[in-house]
Each structure stands twice: as C-alpha cells, then as structure tokens.
Design a protein around this ligand. Sequence first.
Ligand SMILES: [Zn+2]
Length: 204
Amino acid sequence: MKIIETNFSWAQPLSPRKKTDKIVLHHAAAVSASVTDVHRWHLERQWAGIGYHFYVRKDGAVYRGRPELMIGAHTRGCNSASLGICFEGNFETEKMPEVQRAAGEALLAELELRFGKLPLFLHKQLTATLCPGKNFPDFSEKAKENPKPEAAAEAPDKWAAEACEWAVGVGLVAGDGSGNYAWRTAVTKQELAVLFSKFHSIEK
Ligand SMILES: [Zn+2]
C-alpha cells in the first residue's frame, strides 16, 4: 500500500517514541477534511502539528501525519506508547465507504509487518469521547481472528541479547504489545528494508 508522504513543519520538536503497545483508531468528526486541515486544526490548539500518525481519507488515500517513530497527540494518557490513525468523516452520523475501510485494513496489515500484532483500540475505549463514532466499522473483530505470534523460543540467543535490547530501546524492533518479539523468526526482505529506513531516520 502507498502512504502519501506529507511535508509538514512542526511548531515544536517531536520526541521519539520508546515503545509501541497499541494502535488507537479515531475519526476526524468532520464530514470532509484534508490531512492539511487536520494539521492546521492541531496547530491552532498549540500542538506541534497533526497529532495522528496516519490519516485515511474517504477515497482510500492514506497520508502520513506524525513520523511513525515519534510520539503523537491523539489519546490522553496513551500517546507515549501508541500509534494513532484517523479516518476522515463523522461516523457518529455517517457510514464508512468500503474503499476507506479497505485502506484502513491495508494500513493495519502494513503496520503489523513493522510493529508486530498490536492490540487495536477505539479512542472511546480509552477516554471519555464519542470518537470514532457509533457507526465506525469493527476493525478489531478482524484483528482478533489473527493468531498471536508463537511465544516459543521467544528469548534471543545470548550473543544477540544486548543488540536486541538496544533495538527495542531505540524503536527499531517492536513486539506484539504483550512482550513477544519473535526474536528467532526469519526476517523478510521488506521487513529488512523497513528496518534500514528506520535506522536511517534515527541517524539523522
Ligand atoms: Zn479520537
């Protein structure tokens, strides 16, 4: 899937996220809003800029908001360890178009490659809000069908333990949110490419 890169400038410096233990889903609570609109709204709240990591429009286009490894601003009390995805629309009153829902599923599948299987939450499950609305489709049901990664052979071999600890600490490797990192499973070329690109962004 294609994530459309944005080139936002941030009103305050962003901080790297040390841990990622969940994904939180939101709606824009606006029938029509571009990713730039959301960035502007959040700047107007004196935030650094758009607080979500991803923004999914009704036409299925997926935009980047906050850089993936930085702390977002979307769910009080949970920002330091979560990714936030926002969907254009007001799902208290509207239904989500199928193309938008499918784009959301594709984004979640891609994030799973990078972060492992993370528990999904609706914003309203974590704080007092209507977000993302009563008609928001149930992405989490689908997520529950997927088995958890094998916990067997979980600990890294001794010679790799220190490196593994470092990789988790700087956010290069993420587990499934329940302490499973699947250290001994093989890495695919696409996972390796993502790792190299993450490493590059840490170096900058
Ligand atoms: Zn929300």
